[in-house]
Write a protein that binds this ligand. Structure first.
Ligand code: GLN
Length: 547
């Protein structure tokens, strides 16, 4: 039977509860414990798959094809936990289950209520993970005081009671703001937030106090007194340069020891071993070189929409001690040939995943630039589809080639919905989701980067490469270098006659971790470094007459 850690947040949102949960997971693993993490989201969407990335940030995809909250990305990057459908649940999912059962007649004439039916279902989700790990970390989304979080907090209260002493810990993440006019750190918002928690029957065991500067002892003591938490469990979660420093900040303040004592597990664990992690943070903070990557997409003004991608790029630089600077370029602003000048300062171009027609033409211009000027190009999902469209139009002369997503009437549907034609879409989820195997062609860039012949990568798309166009595309120099073992789906395309030009239908960013940078990102950053060097040596095409 696993022990549980519940994490809630107070005062304001965006305090980094997800990073805090992931960091605690990292610390417990460093002591040899098996951990898993779960996110409970109080909103009514059944999953975040239908939400705009502007609303909710990235949709993170697990191996088994769950469309989940982006916090699961943090969990996987900081720990070895293997997350699935079971690690993220929303109010929407819970109500869906209960209403389905009610219609089926399962409740036998009873009134169906928030307590106990909704709370029981919430507890069942948390308990389902108890076989998987020594410690289950459950993060409750939203902020204490929100109406929609109440059933979750009530479930946590009940569960702590049921688990008994020494089997659960409650951690509350709050804000201690610096008020410049008074020259003081203010503890009142934290006091109020804890008061709110206690009013619903939860006494936190530990407070992670976010602030822009370390909390002095006097402030910690004050919080301890008013919130009924021992002073050593009032943790100063000070702002750091990189999220990967958070486990180290927590370790310094003995967060793991305090938790292990509360869970009565101290004698079951080994010494903390964070050597690899510390080494990684050291590399990250002391780069010896840098590259500049142009990220051409349409969700540019909201960074969270490409969270995993940003992290994966950063990981890709670690083996070279290379700082990766990312410039988000709005594809709607790009036209041909004006974009040449706009993109020339960068060492590489990346077009990430996306949906809908808006901004696609600009992406195609950026890809044309990268292809013609021999600048490293990485296309992910939509970025691969746009790469195929660009090649069909500008190299194969298939004017108006397109994806049926953007132009259903195109005479050359180089990207189309194969599964719809096969009638597979009727299965419900309309996207191809989760991990699929992919065979890598001998002698390809992909094969060299991965160093193996078969990989498994995660997908989230509806449209795919149309193999009917493969003969004409390959006759002009494009190479299909990755496909599913059954030969149905094209997963990777490359241009062999180019320093680094690769598109993949999957999302490699979901599998990249700071301790295991993804091979494609690592290889791509290597190519960006080489391009930077070629630029320095004056070996790149400065200007080519467009058109
Ligand atoms: N819109 C494209 C599709 O549905 C690409 C999806 C993506 O980039 N994730 O296939």
């Amino acid at each position: 039977m696993a022990k549980y850690i519940f994490i809630t947040g107070g005062v304001v949102s965006s305090l980094g509860k997800g990073i805090a949960a992931a960091s605690i997971g990292c610390l417990l693993e460093s002591r040899g414990l098996r951990v898993t993490l779960q996110k409970m989201d109080p909103y009514l969407n059944v999953d975040p798959g239908t939400m705009s990335p502007f609303q909710h940030g990235e949709v993170f995809v697990t191996d088994d094809g769950a469309e989940t909250d982006l916090d699961l990305g943090h969990y996987e990057r900081f720990t070895h936990a293997r997350l699935t459908q079971r690690n993220n649940v929303t109010s929407g999912r819970i109500y869906e289950t209960i209403i389905f059962r009610e219609r089926r007649g399962d409740y036998l004439g009873k009134t169906v209520q928030v307590i106990p039916h909704v709370t029981d279902e919430i507890k069942a989700w948390a308990r389902r993970l108890s076989e998987e790990a020594d410690v289950v970390i459950v993060e409750i989304g939203g902020t204490v005081g929100d109406i929609e979080s109440l059933p979750f907090l009530e479930a946590v209260r009940q569960m702590r009671q049921e688990l008994g002493r020494g089997n659960s810990v409650h951690i509350h993440v709050t804000l201690v703001p610096w008020i410049a006019a008074a020259g003081e750190l203010k503890t009142k918002p934290t006091q109020h937030s804890v008061k709110e928690l206690r009013a619903i029957g939860i006494q936190p065991d530990m407070l992670l106090c976010r602030s822009d500067r370390p909390l002095p002892a006097s402030v910690r003591e004050k919080i301890s007194l008013f919130c009924n938490v021992p002073p050593e469990a009032v943790i100063s979660a000070v702002d750091v340069e990189s999220v990967y420093e958070v486990p180290l900040v927590f370790a310094e303040q003995h967060v793991d020891e305090i938790i292990l004592d509360l869970l009565e597990m101290r004698d079951r664990v080994g010494e903390r071993d964070l050597r690899e992690w510390i080494e990684m943070v050291e590399r990250l903070k002391n780069p010896v070189q840098e590259v500049h990557i142009a990220l051409v997409g349409k969700y540019v003004d909201y960074e969270d929409s490409y969270k995993s991608l940003k992290e994966a790029l950063l990981h890709g630089g670690l083996p070279y001690r290379c700082k990766v600077n990312i410039s988000w370029i709005d594809s709607e602003q790009l036209s041909w040939p004006e974009c040449i000048e706009r993109l020339q300062p960068y060492d590489a171009v990346l077009v990430p995943g996306g949906f809908g027609k808006r901004g696609v033409e600009g992406m195609i211009h950026a890809i044309r630039y990268a292809r013609e000027f021999k600048v490293p190009y990485f296309g992910i999902c939509l970025g691969m589809q746009a790469m195929v469209i660009e090649f069909a139009r500008n190299v194969c002369g298939l004017t108006d080639a397109d994806s049926t997503e953007f132009n259903p009437a195109t005479p050359h549907r180089v990207i189309y919905k194969l599964r719809e034609l096969k009638g597979v879409d009727a299965l419900g989820g309309t996207m191809r989701l989760g991990a699929y195997p992919c065979l890598l062609a001998e002698g390809s860039l992909a094969r060299r980067a991965y160093g193996v012949a078969e990989v498994r990568e995660r997908h989230r798309h509806r449209y795919e490469f149309n193999r009917e166009y493969e003969p004409i595309l390959t006759a002009h120099g494009l190479r299909v270098t990755g496909q599913t073992p059954d030969g149905v789906y094209v997963e990777i395309c490359e241009l062999p006659d180019h320093p680094w030009f690769l598109g993949c239908q999957f999302h490699p960013e979901f599998r990249s971790k700071p301790l295991e940078p993804h091979p494609l990102f690592r290889s791509f950053i290597g190519a960006a470094i080489e391009h930077r060097e070629r630029k320095k040596a004056g070996q790149v095409m400065a200007h080519k007459v467009a058109r």
